[in-house]
Design a protein around this ligand. Structure first.
Ligand code: UDP
Ligand code: MG
Length: 316
């Protein structure tokens, strides 16, 4: 009997979990030919999430959980899930039912056919999202696909189901700055894309503010592309070229017309402009050095303070 593991990252989801659990009960009932494991990852929630999950693991034999010592972020929660899931097929789902569990039977069917190694999901449109947010999101996907090796699909969600072989590779990708959509795209494998209408949260609020998303997308660019560093070099080359032309022009003017060069204001503009570009480029280099620093420390991605069984990797 094949086993399906579901990883559910939860941060302050006390209301959503019971709704999710009820929905899952129905699905598990319908898919009797499979064994299930639902692995809740409590990402340092401040509400009653842990109590709810603890109770569930007592009531249901297929529920496991682990709870972080603090909030490490959704990426760390997913990684902990991948490290500890034991199924032949492993899926990640949000606790808020925005990733409909009703798609699971279809996803398993596609994987069973053997043609694909993973089934990923994307939303059909960005309806219901603020204009600024969807504008920046579209721009982000266009930019990152141009400048990186990772094939990142616009509107892709983290909701996906993978075969064991692919999960093992994801676990091997132990980088600190995790950007899962990029990692999935970078490792390749044959992926089937499933589109569905965007759904509202079952309860509670999104944990992503605009600024958090912006930071996350910039992290994604730095993690998967060295283009910003090349940009710094090219800006340097362009500025040097322009200054050489300006020097030639000034020498020519002095020799031909003997005029003194005027223009304190224009001089200041140029100095400020070049200074700005230099600081910008330093900042870009700093971003990469910062990430390298974080990688070299090799700190764990997560620390588990409580779990349902002894097989859980406490630090990973
Ligand atoms: N989440 C998490 N840690 C965090 C933030 C979010 O584990 O620091 C979980 C959250 O509980 C949910 C999923 O990640 O199950 C997606 O979060 P959310 O619904 O806020 O994101 P959105 O769907 O708006 O992109
Ligand atoms: Mg959500």
């Amino acid at each position: 009997m094949k086993k399906i593991s579901l990883i559910i990252p939860c941060y302050n989801e006390e209301e959503c979990i019971s709704i999710f659990d009820q929905e899952m009960e129905g699905i598990i009932e319908r898919m009797q030919e499979y064994e299930f494991e639902i692995l809740y990852v409590d990402d340092g929630s401040k509400d009653k999430t842990l109590q709810v999950i603890r109770r569930l693991s007592r009531d249901r034999h297929y529920v496991r959980y682990l709870s972080f010592s603090r909030n490490f972020g959704k990426e760390a929660a997913m990684y902990a899930g991948f490290c500890n899931a034991t199924g032949d097929y492993v899926a990640v789902l949000d606790a808020d039912l925005q990733d409909p569990p009703s798609l699971l039977p279809e996803m398993v069917r596609i994987l069973e056919d053997g043609e694909y190694d993973s089934v990923a999901t994307r939303r059909k449109n960005r309806e219901g999202e603020p204009f600024i947010r969807s504008f920046f999101a579209r721009m982000f996907y266009q930019i990152i696909n141009k400048i990186s090796d990772a094939d990142i699909v616009d509107g892709a969600r983290d909701y996906r189901m993978m075969k064991r072989e692919m999960v093992d590779v994801v676990v091997r990708m132990g980088e600190q700055n995790r950007f899962s959509k990029g990692i999935f795209g970078w490792i390749g494998f044959r992926t089937y894309w499933y589109s569905y209408e965007n759904k509202e949260r079952a309860s509670g609020e999104t944990k992503w503010s605009f600024w958090k998303l912006l930071k996350y997308s910039l992290d994604g660019i730095v993690s998967f592309s060295q283009m910003p560093l090349n940009l710094a070099s090219w800006m340097g080359v362009t500025c040097t070229g322009m200054s050489l032309l300006a020097i030639l022009f000034i020498i020519f003017k002095k020799l031909a017309f003997g005029e003194d060069v005027q223009g304190w204001a224009s001089n200041m503009c140029v100095i400020l402009f070049i200074g700005g570009i230099q600081l910008f480029c330093l900042g870009v280099i700093g971003q990469y050095i910062g990430k390298t620093y974080a990688e070299t420390k090799k700190r764990p991605h997560y620390i588990v303070s409580e779990c349902s069984d002894g097989q859980v990797k406490k630090i990973g």
